[in-house]
Design a protein around this ligand. Structure first.
Ligand code: FAD
Ligand code: NAI
Length: 521
């Protein structure tokens, strides 16, 4: 009997899953007809198509504004699975969602320009945009005026001006970076396997160095070692003993934002995986074949080391983008801000009235993570939806008040009943005014932005992950294979669309069943 019930439950959950996926696909393929933009409404310009901007767009009622989106990238990128793209565990298109399909599902049409904002003029209220793509038309630079502006351009890679970094390393922020790394890993491997390659050169080519022991560096090092152990080693056994991954970190430990227990777990797992962790090691110079660093020894003494490498991945965090730096220099209130646009508790850029900032380019007192950026984007959507409702209600009250011959608020127009439904009795009009005022009080009372931390997750290789998650007002720190399953299910559920979810799931199954694709495109 118990078996029969288990079968029934399995069958039901399977049916539920299929219905959910089917509905997702149907919705994706059948968007509702969209309203045309209303020129009488305010123009809301959104810069960027990353976590902050897309969360805002997802929840914004686009009927309330003329929305214009500007970004050099015409897709949203699900960054948490980007390290998996460097080795082919996940294919890059599986974690990209075209912005045009996202916009097609909005109530009113939204304009999108694939361009880079090169500067923002807060006095004239215009954004100067430039076509930075390969193919250019006659028009390559122009201005977009705004009434309200949201800056969600993220950050660029920090190099701290260390010589040689820009010229010789790969970064890991964009899809192109992951593709370049994937190509270079296989190039190093095939070049090392070249006929009569010298032993010293084989060692150099197969030495992969990762600089930066934050979550990006750690996840990438884990993925790289998996790729080697699970695929390359079998396919090219003759070089299998020479492959090495070194993770360099300036601080005394990796993953500084995780709890001590998980730092220790990660470091011991890396040792088992034969990833060489070099902490208290600060990279000072990079050449085309070597990394030069200063090591602080336990006695406090300094040592200079030179490490030959085949592939170098630089993951030392974020720096401010030029367009943001330029905007900061135009706003006196931003003169003391160093890490990005200082915002108030409503995410308004300090020193301005109609510019908001979200995500990695905003300084709101939180870590630069997708979690923060998406909550900020959600908050702004609620704020803007409320602002539009407030304005509509105020207009209705003005119109009703004037129709009742009550003193009209400044700027009020003669009313026709407030909702265009024709003349109303005085009693009905007063009742409506009261009702609108009650609604107004409720929606005007929007609380400042408050970040709710759900926890941190990171993949550390060998099908293990670490998680610091909020649990009943406390914190749960856990690591291992079960956490890996949790990591996978959490990220699968967070993927942008049903299409992304199915593609990622398919990639995981494919790489498990057939191994990762080692062809060098
Ligand atoms: P982004 O998502 O970077 O988006 C910026 C957007 O602005 C892009 O569309 C870009 O094309 C556009 N843009 C750039 N310049 C201009 C310009 N001049 N004009 C107009 N548009 C412009 N965080 C987590 O919480 N969990 C994770 O697991 C996680 N994993 C990560 C893995 C990797 C490899 C990386 C690199 C980051 C990861 N993060 C993670 C951090 C997270 O991705 C960022 O904090 C998040 O992307 C920030 O969102 P954003 O909207 O500010 O910027
Ligand atoms: P990070 O800022 O978190 O870490 C960079 C590391 O590089 C630091 O530990 C720093 O000490 C080190 N470093 C800097 N200069 C160095 C040098 N010259 N030599 C050696 N080491 C040097 O950067 P990361 O990992 O790119 O992350 C950026 C943001 O994205 C963070 O907020 C992070 O939390 C988030 N993120 C979150 C992930 C997750 O939750 N799984 C995954 C990836 C990123």
């Amino acid at each position: 009997r118990a078996l029969r019930w288990t079968w029934r439950l399995t069958y039901l959950s399977l049916l539920g899953g299929i219905a959910y996926v089917g509905y997702g696909i149907y919705q994706d393929r059948h968007p509702e007809p969209q309203a045309d933009p209303d020129p009488s409404k305010k123009t809301l310009v959104i810069l960027g198509t990353g976590w902050g901007s897309v969360s805002l767009l997802k929840n914004l009622d686009t009927e309330n504004y003329n929305v214009v989106v500007i970004s050099p990238r015409n897709y949203f990128l699900f960054t948490p699975l980007l390290p998996s793209c460097t080795t082919g565990t996940v294919e890059h298109r599986s974690i990209m969602e075209p912005i045009r399909s996202i916009l097609l599902h909005k109530k009113a049409k939204v304009k999108f320009y694939e361009a880079e904002a090169s500067s923002i003029d807060p006095d004239r209220k215009v954004v100067i945009i430039r076509d930075s793509s390969e193919i250019k038309g006659d028009m390559t630079e122009t201005e977009v005026p705004y009434d309200m502006l949201v800056v969600g351009v993220g950050a660029e890679n920090a190099t701290f001006g260390i010589p040689g970094v820009r010229e010789h390393s790969c970064f890991l922020k964009e899809i192109g970076d992951a593709q370049q790394i994937r190509k270079k890993i296989m190039d190093c491997v095939e070049t090392a396997a070249f006929k009569d390659q010298t032993p010293a050169e084989i060692d150099r080519l197969l030495h992969m160095i990762v600089v930066g022991g934050g979550p990006t560096g750690v996840e990438f090092a884990g993925e790289l070692q998996d790729f080697f152990e699970e695929d390359i080693r079998k396919l090219i056994p003759e070089i299998s003993d020479r492959f090495r991954v070194t993770l360099i970190e300036a601080l005394p430990n990796v993953l500084p934002s995780f709890s001590k227990q998980l730092i220790d777990y990660t470091e011991s797992t890396f040792k088992e995986e034969k990833i060489d962790i070099r902490t208290k090691t600060m990279v000072k110079k990079v050449t085309d074949k070597t990394v030069e660093a200063e090591v602080t020894n336990p006695d406090g003494g300094k040592e200079h080391i030179v490490l030959p490498y085949g592939l170098l991945v630089w993951a030392t965090g974020n720096a401010v983008r030029p367009v943001v730096r330029d905007l900061m220099s135009r706003i006196p209130a931003q003169k003391d801000s160093r890490r990005g646009l200082a915002v108030n508790e409503y995410l308004v850029v300090q020193g301005t009235r109609d510019i908001w900032a979200v995500g990695d380019c905003a300084v709101a007192g939180y870590a630069p993570t997708a979690q923060v950026a998406s909550q900020e984007g959600n908050f702004l959507a609620r704020l803007f939806n409320n602002m539009a409702k407030t304005e509509a209600l105020e207009e209705k009250i003005r119109s009703l008040s004037s129709s009742l011959n009550l003193p009209t608020p400044p700027g009020g127009s003669s009313g026709d009943g407030g909702d265009g439904s024709g003349p109303l009795s005085a009693a009905e009009a007063s009742r409506l005014i009261e009702e609108y005022e009650r609604q107004l009080r409720r929606i005007k009372n929007i609380k400042p932005f408050h970040y709710s931390h759900q926890g941190s997750l990171a993949y550390i290789g060998s099908e293990k992950a670490v998680a610091d998650v909020s649990w009943f007002n406390g914190n749960l720190a856990t690591g291992g294979r079960l956490t890996f399953l949790f990591w996978r299910s959490a990220y699968l559920s967070m993927c942008f669309s049903t299409r992304n979810r199915l593609l990622v799931l398919n990639d995981w199954l494919k790489s498990k069943a057939f191994g990762r694709d080692v062809s060098r495109e």
